[in-house]
Write a protein that binds this ligand. Structure first.
Ligand SMILES: Cc1cc2nc3c(=O)[nH]c(=O)nc-3n(C[C@H](O)[C@H](O)[C@H](O)COP(=O)(O)OP(=O)(O)OC[C@H]3O[C@@H](n4cnc5c(N)ncnc54)[C@H](O)[C@@H]3O)c2cc1C
Length: 381
């Protein structure tokens, strides 16, 4: 007899892992699929906010967190192109931890919870049928099909245009961005996450494990075009006009094998909670990375999604009620953050604003604290 899974989660990043863990903990037969092999490096600032840590703990992932050796981060520093800078204390201690380590530790935890984790598997199409969904995937050129009662899009910011029979609704922001990252040695580590503003974007530096620094950037496509063929060269070229960044990177040496990129990155105008199947994490909401809270959104959306999924799988609610209520919950939770994040993103790229901003924060420090708070998710209760 054909086996039908209760849940197929597509994407083994923060959102997919946390959802798979919750569903497996509830006893649902769960499969997590990811096209990459783990451990893998991932384009991310690797700044794990206090809100994210709180949610990982609530998901029963304390043992995972204890196994990590994060760097502790207590302040954020913004350094503008014209040389002005602002330092703001964070509302709690953040962690600097690589996605290489974090995501792999999460995979181990979900295997322990009883989920089946399959990597190196690319999902190519999802079709709705009377038993739920048929998920088609490819591994080394071989096609395989799984039947599932529920399927979840936790596949990151990429819009898989051929995944469904129907096209994605449009929410394309202009300009589109390129995200890049590399670990470096030779940058004196500090317990600070730094954000340097450059032409067409920003470059963040955060301490991670092993004494390395993670350097991650979000840059307009036009800035990257023709800037070089390797990530360290692109980063060097983009840094040129921020003298303090040039100084900070003076002795930096890229760590081999840690360079990754992602493109195009479109920042969300509106959340996309549902398109044929529920969406979570970056598949639902992409906020400007300067907020440093994308991982919080991934975790929070997985918690929201799991509560509805459990009720649906138990037969307590219909699919259409799940869709309607989950969509409302995602909009309620994230619409304000998307708006505030976009405002901060635009303001920080306006020289007329950034020129007086450091002085204003120096005269009135609560303004800096307010801005840090405004671009973060509220604590999870
Ligand atoms: C430059 C930059 C800096 C950032 N800095 C920070 C930061 O400091 N702090 C923070 O909290 N957030 C940060 N973010 C945001 C954060 O990285 C994301 O919000 C977070 O990774 C989203 O997690 P996710 O699980 O939704 O997606 P992802 O982590 O992207 O995981 C998606 C997974 O799906 C898999 N996948 C995709 N398609 C398929 C398919 N067809 N079949 C099978 N598998 C598939 C991929 O291989 C991937 O592993 C940053 C983002 C960028 C671009």
């Amino acid at each position: 007899m054909k086996q039908i899974m209760d849940a197929v989660v597509i994407g083994g990043g923060i959102a997919g892992c946390s959802l798979a863990k919750q569903l497996a903990d509830l006893g649902w037969r769960t499969v997590l699929l990811d096209r990459q092999s783990f451990p893998r490096h991932k384009t991310c600032g690797e700044f794990l906010s206090p809100e994210s840590q709180e949610m990982l703990s609530k998901l029963g992932l304390d043992a995972v967190m204890e196994s990590l050796q994060p760097q502790l981060i207590s302040k954020a520093r913004l350094i503008f192109e014209h040389g002005g800078s602002v330092e703001v204390p964070l509302p709690g201690t953040a962690w600097g931890i690589s996605r290489y380590t974090l995501d792999s530790a999460l995979h181990e935890a979900i295997i322990h919870a009883g989920a089946n984790v399959r990597t190196g598997v690319t999902v190519t199409s999802i079709k709705q049928n009377e038993e739920g969904y048929e998920v088609k995937m490819k591994r080394h050129g071989e096609v395989e099909v799984i039947q599932a009662r529920t399927v979840y899009a936790a596949w990151g910011s990429h819009r898989h245009s051929n995944m469904f029979n129907e096209p994605y609704p449009l929410d394309s922001s202009k300009p589109s961005y390129v995200g890049i990252k590399s670990h470096y040695s030779g940058i004196q580590p500090e317990s600070v996450t730094e954000l340097y503003f450059v032409k067409g974007g920003y470059i963040g530096i955060s301490p991670v494990e092993n004494g390395y620094s993670n350097v991650a950037a979000l840059l307009e496509k036009g800035v990257v075009k023709g800037a070089g063929t390797t990530i360290p060269v692109i980063l060097e070229s983009a840094s040129k006009e921020n003298h303090q960044l040039v100084e900070r990177m003076k002795h930096a040496v890229p760590v081999e094998g840690t360079q990754v990129s992602i493109a195009p990155v479109h920042l969300s105008h509106h959340p996309l909670a549902w398109h044929v199947i529920p969406h979570l994490g970056d598949a639902a909401v992409v906020i400007p990375p300067l907020c440093g809270d994308g991982m919080s959104i991934a975790l929070r959306s997985s918690i929201l999604c799991c509560a509805f999924a459990d009720r649906y799988l138990r037969g307590e609610i219909s699919l259409s009620r799940w869709q309607e209520e989950y969509t409302q919950a995602i909009e309620h939770e994230f619409s304000g953050l998307i708006r505030r994040g976009r405002i901060a993103h635009v303001l920080c790229s306006m020289p007329r604003i950034t020129r007086w901003f450091p002085t204003v924060v120096r005269i009135c420090p609560p303004i800096g604290k307010y801005l840090v708070k405004a671009t973060r998710l509220k604590s999870y209760t």
